[in-house]
Write a protein that binds this ligand. Structure first.
Ligand code: GLN
Length: 549
């Protein structure tokens, strides 16, 4: 306010009518003020200059932004502090303060999933459908995993806009097991770069079990997503530190990626892992014999570090934030902190996409088409790049060691939504939903594109759009259809094509015009002839497609 008063006093027009800087500042100020006013009026439905503070909280929750989201803590606390249930414009403006961009995005439905509630309801339905699948068996190679209730079941999703949703046993911790491997690999990449890391670990799917005693033709682990590769990544992380500090280092990365989620260390799991780790020891000795480890590595310490990483505990809520941080190119969406470089994440997602689901990875890449990583605790994290991250936890595993329900959930997910990475090139992917669009946005956009192509006489694009599902009878806000536009511009080939596709060849726009009257108005004789003949043919029930140019 002080700044405005000073500026207002200084405000003058120069002789030539050009605004002086103080006036420009005033304009910016007015623009900002108007934006706050617009936001305020969304809540102030009865225009009495007061809004119910719970409406703000309701909108946040409906949009998927949790009230404990670190980004809006100050705002939420400030709103709570008001003693009265209603707040006026200046209080609103003062409290929204530094979160104004986020609020603006929420109000204008510009978060990545605009209809978040609908999306959550649909996800819940899939979750419940999958619950009935009781096949598979809980891992029992250590007693701690064998004792887990097989009925445990949880799911959480976090979007790159920080929208969150969780169902089931979503706050019950489980150990990371192999879901730790992508993050261990990212840390190795951040420290050494891709070339150095891949001197020690390959990047091909192994096609074998996750703990198979085998190396590739260069005597390297096949990839960082199986046990040998996970052990190798561990050997590459902060070997200058003692074991306690190395563990702390990795825990900090998990904490940042998960937006400060609850993390535990399960000591019984760790002790059991170490006790029963003959195969992992064998892999370690095998790699040491082949001189695969970086110089100076201590094998027993490396294995210990690996068992510790497997024994970190998290819940699906936290793991979905980690998946979302990967989806978001290494930036945690609920804290805004950059944890990994985007190229590190790109490398990691590439390998999750080809190797993340053990020896089911090829089939998963084919049919689900998303980077994912599973662990023998029954956890699966799935990344939809630039959109969201999912975490599913259900302890019963299939023969490959993947969570049975986790896999089934993913299958339903890509059946309903266009999330498979190659859905974008499928002609009829319109059958799948795109939750990134506002309600009807895809239909509206298709009509706009079709009208534009028709007005330009771009027959190829018109055909392309219609065969991709655009409705040839669709109209814009004024009732103008592609046929109106093609007719008034005299694009004969497009008119002919559209008359063969439209159900109604005499649509009426808001001014009472039809394609034929438009063609007459602009004197497009050929088009007038087509349309008159087409009308007759339609009337005679022959359809217009028999017409020839
Ligand atoms: N602790 C397990 C092991 O090393 C991790 C493997 C997994 O989750 N697939 O055998």
């Amino acid at each position: 306010m002080k700044t405005r008063a000073v500026d207002a006093r200084a405000s003058k027009k120069s002789g030539n009518g050009v605004e002086e800087p103080s006036q420009a500042v005033d304009h910016i100020f007015d623009g900002v003020n108007r934006e706050y006013q617009e936001m305020f009026s969304v809540f102030d439905s009865d225009s009495d200059g007061l809004i119910d503070k719970h409406e703000i909280f309701d909108l946040l929750e409906k949009s998927g932004i949790l009230l404990n989201d670190a980004r809006i803590q100050q705002t939420v606390e400030a709103i709570r502090k008001f003693s009265s249930p209603k707040i006026n414009f200046s209080d609103f403006k003062a409290t929204i303060g530094e979160n104004s961009s986020l609020f603006k995005n929420i109000i204008q439905q510009r978060l990545i999933i605009p209809e978040f509630q609908t999306f959550c309801e649909e996800i819940r339905e899939i979750f419940e459908t999958v619950r009935s699948n009781r096949s598979g068996k809980v891992a029992d190679y250590i007693p701690e995993l064998g004792r887990i209730d097989p009925e445990k079941y949880a799911l959480s999703v976090t979007t790159v806009s920080g929208q969150r949703y969780a169902i089931g046993d979503s706050q019950t911790p489980f150990c990371l097991q192999s879901t730790s491997k992508p993050i261990t690999y990212c840390l190795a990449l951040e420290e050494h770069g891709r070339e150095k890391v891949h001197e020690h670990v390959g990047r091909e799917p192994s096609g074998r079990g996750f703990n198979e005693l085998s190396l590739n033709h260069k005597d390297l682990p096949h990839n960082p997503m199986i046990n040998s590769g996970g052990i190798m990544s561990c050997s590459l992380i902060r070997s200058d530190l003692n074991l306690a500090d190395r563990f702390d280092y990795i825990l900090q990365a998990w904490s940042k990626l998960s937006g400060n989620a609850r993390l535990n260390f399960n000591n019984p799991v760790y002790l059991s892992e170490r006790e029963t780790a003959d195969r992992n020891f064998a892999l370690g000795y095998f790699m040491r014999e082949k001189k695969t480890f970086p110089a100076g590595s201590d094998l027993l310490q490396t294995l210990d570090f690996y068992f510790q990483c497997c024994s970190i505990e998290i819940d699906v809520e936290g793991l979905s934030v980690v998946a979302a941080s990967l989806a978001n190119g290494g930036v945690c969406p609920i804290s805004g902190e950059k944890v990994f470089s985007s190229t590190t994440v790109q490398n990691c997602l590439s390998l999750m996409g080809s190797c993340g689901m053990y020896d089911f990875s090829g089939e998963f890449a084919f049919s689900i088409g998303l980077p994912a990583k599973s662990g023998v605790s029954g956890a699966v994290m799935v990344v939809i790049p630039n959109v969201m991250g999912f975490a599913i936890w259900s302890p019963r595993l299939d023969a490959q060691g993947n969570s049975v329900r986790g896999i089934e959930f993913c299958q339903h997910l890509v059946e309903q939504y266009n999330f498979h990475i190659y859905d974008s090139i499928v002609v009829d992917s319109s059958k799948k939903k795109d939750p990134r669009l506002k309600k009807n946005a895809s239909k509206i956009e298709a009509v706009v594109q079709l009208c534009w192509a028709a007005s330009q006489g771009d027959l190829f694009e018109v055909q392309n759009l219609i065969s991709n599902g655009a409705n040839p009878d669709g109209a814009d806000y004024d009732g103008r259809t592609p046929l109106h536009l093609a007719a008034s511009e005299g694009h004969e080939a497009v008119v002919l094509y559209l008359t063969s596709k439209c159900r109604n060849i005499s649509p009426v726009d808001r001014w009472g015009g039809t394609p034929l009257s438009d063609a007459k108005k602009s004197g497009k004789l050929q088009v007038i002839r087509f349309l008159e003949e087409a009308s007759l043919a339609h009337l005679a029930g022959n359809g217009a497609s028999a017409l020839q140019i």
